[in-house]
Ligand binder design. Structure first.
Ligand SMILES: *Cc1c(COP(=O)(O)O)cnc(C)c1O
Length: 403
């Protein structure tokens, strides 16, 4: 029997969201600044900051909006160069362009992580660094922070897909100056759309709050407890920044808040699912799952693996064979107009350069969703199909087995 689970459906939204949404539909109280205090969006911000161990959180309309506001809140001048990894989603360089800055791409290795030699070589002349933890893979954050701190460069973490990931026990998103997360449906917490940024920096968050659309004195609803540094910063920036109106609405917050309690289970199950499938794939000589870095504890909801020893034609044939066996595999660099292949970002103001490592990786790296809700038999069905697809294309394994 072939088991081919639907890997796109999300989990149901917890029942607790219903009563709160019903209350809001009755009252019509959907705007975060209508209530004098404790609107659902404000409560989400407090809960999320506490969960991550950050001083401040600002909920907005998407992770892209959070990245844009972070760049703006750093006060980068027009045409500032911002270093980003060449392996990420098109929304990331787009947020840099949106902030009137120039994305500079650094190379990424076959393990999906930043090539630190190329990173270091490209640091001169950049004014900020945006580390995108693509598909939740964490680059060497100790090396990144040491290099950036030595030059006084601010680091933004794009943790859209890294909620629940830790680095030496620290939450991803709390290592740089500011961390940004997504609540889009394919992420760990699903509100359809939404994002949030976290930081310990009162001046940065005050600027981001105002630019997110806290017009007049609505910023006062962001500091329920006495916080002199924050109040001073709001006073400093009052009327001095544009209002981009990227706010989150109360309905989204009501959908997100009851899911926060689900995060630990989703992380544990997602990691176990990933590691089970990774171990199975690693038994096949043509499939390689790169190891995580030792400091990293992952929270995956998908698996990436590289095809080893396959030509371009065999790579395409593998994806077709996997699809025929019921598992959709995307080879990042092979599917038409893929938004994660940097050569398709033709809106970049500056040509991205060679990036040979990233290019080679994208041509053999496969992407398969693996949501936390999948069962062991479903996971084995996926692993069986991927291994069988490799055999369909490459024949029997050449590896010698013991007696
Ligand atoms: C999803 C994603 C984004 C964009 O998030 P939105 O909330 O859809 O704007 C950015 N970066 C990465 C790594 C992502 O996975």
């Amino acid at each position: 029997m072939s088991l081919t689970p639907n890997v796109y459906d999300a989990e149901p939204i917890p029942d607790a969201a219903r009563a709160e949404i019903d209350r809001m539909l009755q009252s019509g109280d959907l705007f975060r600044y209508t209530a004098p205090q404790d609107a659902p969006v404000a409560l989400l911000e407090r809960e999320f900051a506490a969960l991550m161990g950050s001083r401040y959180a600002l909920a907005v309309s998407s992770c892209s909006a959070a990245l844009f506001l972070s760049l703006k809140a750093l006060g980068l001048p027009r045409d500032a160069r911002v270093l980003i990894p060449a392996f990420t989603f098109a929304a990331v360089p787009s947020s840099v362009v949106h902030a009137d800055c120039i994305p500079i791409l650094c190379d990424v290795a076959e393990n999906y992580r930043i090539d630190m030699a190329d990173f270091e070589a490209k640091l001169d002349g950049v004014q900020a660094v945006l580390i995108s933890h693509m598909r939740g893979h964490t680059s060497d954050m100790d090396a990144v922070m040491a290099l950036c701190d030595a030059r006084g460069l601010p680091v933004i973490e794009d943790a859209a897909h890294s909620l629940g990931t830790t680095w030496s026990g620290r939450n991803i998103g709390t290592i740089g100056r500011v961390g940004c997360f997504s609540f889009q449906s394919y992420k760990l917490v699903n509100a359809g759309e939404g994002g949030i940024l976290i930081t310990d920096d009162p001046d940065l968050v005050a600027r981001a709050v105002i630019m997110s659309g806290a017009y007049e004195h609505n910023w006062s609803k962001h500091s329920p407890t006495q916080d002199d540094a924050l109040t001073t910063a709001f006073g400093t920036w009052q009327n001095r920044l544009p209002l981009y109106n990227l706010r989150m609405n109360n309905l989204s917050a009501a959908i997100i808040r009851p899911q926060l309690a689900e995060i630990p289970r989703r992380v544990t199950d997602g990691r176990a699912n990933h590691d089970h499938v990774a171990a199975r794939l690693s038994d096949c000589q043509w499939l390689h799952v790169p190891a995580k870095l030792p400091q990293e504890e992952r929270a995956p909801d998908s698996i990436q693996f590289n095809l080893v020893g396959l030509t371009d034609d065999e790579t395409r044939a593998f994806a077709t064979a996997a699809a025929a066996r019921g598992v959709k595999v995307q080879v990042f660099g092979m599917s038409a107009d893929n938004a994660r292949a940097f050569w398709n970002w033709r809106f970049l103001p500056q040509a991205p350069g060679d990036l040979a490592g990233t290019r080679a990786m994208l041509m053999r790296a496969c992407d398969t969703r693996l949501p936390a809700r999948l069962t062991r038999p479903e996971l084995d069905g996926i692993a069986d199909a991927l291994i069988a697809a490799a055999h369909d294309v490459m024949g029997e394994e050449r590896r010698a087995y013991g007696t």
